[in-house]
Design a protein. Structure first.
Length: 77
């Protein structure tokens, strides 16, 4: 299936399965917001999917997603 062809992404184990990855909405701290940001960072910053990612890759993806939220708030102060 081509990237972007699915109406909604399926999230399993915190990684998006070869489907459209939405842009993260800045500032969303709820579970879906963090999950979207995590999936976005796994794809575009870590360059891994659920088949090739290891534990450290998932750690990096989550760290980037959390860092984005921290930086948004830091710049506002």
């Amino acid at each position: 299936m081509l990237l972007g062809s699915a109406p909604r992404e399926q999230v399993r184990s915190g990684l998006v399965q070869h489907k459209r990855i939405p842009k993260p909405v800045p500032g969303r701290l709820d579970a879906p917001g963090i999950t979207e940001a995590f999936a976005h960072r796994m794809m575009y910053s870590v360059a891994k999917d659920e088949y090739t990612a290891r534990d450290f890759d998932a750690y990096q993806g989550l760290a980037y997603a959390v860092r984005d939220r921290l930086m948004e708030r830091w710049f506002r102060t």
